[in-house]
Design a protein around this ligand. Structure first.
Ligand SMILES: NC(=O)c1ccc[n+]([C@@H]2O[C@H](COP(=O)([O-])OP(=O)(O)OC[C@H]3O[C@@H](n4cnc5c(N)ncnc54)[C@H](O)[C@@H]3O)[C@@H](O)[C@H]2O)c1
Length: 325
């Protein structure tokens, strides 16, 4: 399957990620079949997509015609069988559970054409392990979007042990074609690139909080208004080069023994969750969350991200340095 052979896309799972992924492809002019096992989720999917456009409209990045065009390209499907009729490429975004994903793929292979490419939006589960249930394993790979998928451009395209090179390059190219910034993950390691980096930092942040080194608010501030602010423009390895690798090495020799290295989630998380503090879904976690605060933070987050992407940093503007490895 070549990039231009793909005109029609399927998205399985219409939750937080799936409805936004459907929006990405439909906005780029692809016909999209969207399926969810929960009819209530499916029923609200188009309203959620229309609501996602609010911030784009406010920033003059979309018009009301764009909403209509996007929604017109999406067909809601009430079974896997119907969702597989037509698509040349199917992305799965159901719950993060190996057995549930394997069951779905086994069923998918019964209904989809043998040429159809499949990818999973799994955050961390091994692509190779998911693919073991498939007869045609070469057509399967990972495509990890970031939340919110209709805003954040990066998609990790992950090669499993059985993924064909051609399928891998086709999906990589397709992501570029729909306006995303894909990266190639050449080996199927747990957590891929982004979640390994992200959770390495969260482990340290939660440990600092647990040991009362600073408040949750101040730990978040050092990222938001310190080194995190420049991360929209410059990555950690570019920053290490700018700082000097000799200095980086000296700092790491001294610092590494003091960093959190537990292979278990923090006891602080265990205490909070045991007491019903699971984050926004329960109204409290590290912070107290009212529905109004959640709505405001998400709206402001998306507006700031879009302004950074479209007004301040043209996509890939930090490109230009020669790579030395
Ligand atoms: N939430 C995030 O920030 C995020 C980011 C990147 C990747 N992911 C990954 O994306 C996937 C989906 O996550 P989410 O946050 O959208 O979850 P979600 O719970 O919001 O949505 C999952 C949807 O899948 C549906 N579903 C469950 N089993 C199904 C089945 N067998 N067939 C069809 N639909 C089924 C559920 O009804 C639900 O609507 C997971 O693998 C997750 O790890 C999540």
């Amino acid at each position: 399957m070549e990039i231009n052979d793909i005109q029609y896309v399927g998205v399985l799972g219409a939750g937080l990620m799936g409805h936004g992924i459907a929006q990405v492809f439909a906005s780029a002019g692809y016909r999209v079949n969207l399926y969810d096992a929960n009819p209530a989720v499916l029923k609200t999917a188009k309203d959620r997509i229309a609501a996602n456009f609010k911030v784009f409209i406010e920033l003059h990045l979309a018009t009301s015609e764009d909403i209509d065009r996007c929604l017109d390209h999406i067909t809601l499907c009430s079974s896997i069988e119907t969702s597989c009729k037509g698509p040349h490429y199917i992305i799965e975004a159901i719950l993060e559970n190996l057995e549930a994903k394997r069951t779905l793929y086994a069923e998918l292979e019964r209904f989809a054409s043998p040429e159809t490419l499949f990818s999973s939006n799994t955050s961390a589960i091994s692509i190779t392990e998911i693919s073991e249930v498939l007869k045609h394993k070469g057509r399967f790979l990972g495509s990890h979007f970031w939340n919110p998928p209709h805003v954040l451009p990066c998609v990790e395209v992950i090669k499993g042990a059985h993924t064909d090179d051609a399928a891998f390059e086709t999906v990589y190219g397709l992501m570029e074609k729909v306006g995303k910034i894909p990266v190639r993950v050449l080996k199927d390691v747990p957590g891929f690139l982004g979640n390994r980096l992200q959770h390495a930092m969260w482990r340290e942040a939660i440990s600092l909080c647990h040991n009362n080194i600073a408040s949750a608010e101040d730990i978040d501030k050092i990222v938001k208004y310190g080194f995190g602010l420049r991360m929209a423009f410059i990555g950690p390895l570019e920053t290490a080069d700018l700082a000097g690798l000799d200095l980086t090495s000296d700092i790491q020799k001294y610092l590494f023994p003091y960093l959190e290295s537990s292979s278990e989630p923090s006891p602080l998380i265990a205490d909070l969750t045991a007491n019903g503090a699971c984050g926004v879904k329960s109204g409290r976690g590290f912070y107290l969350w009212t529905p109004e605060r959640v709505r405001k933070v998400i709206e402001q987050r998306d507006a700031v991200l879009l302004r950074i992407l479209h007004e301040i940093v043209p996509p890939q503007s930090s490109d230009g340095g020669e790579q030395d490895r």
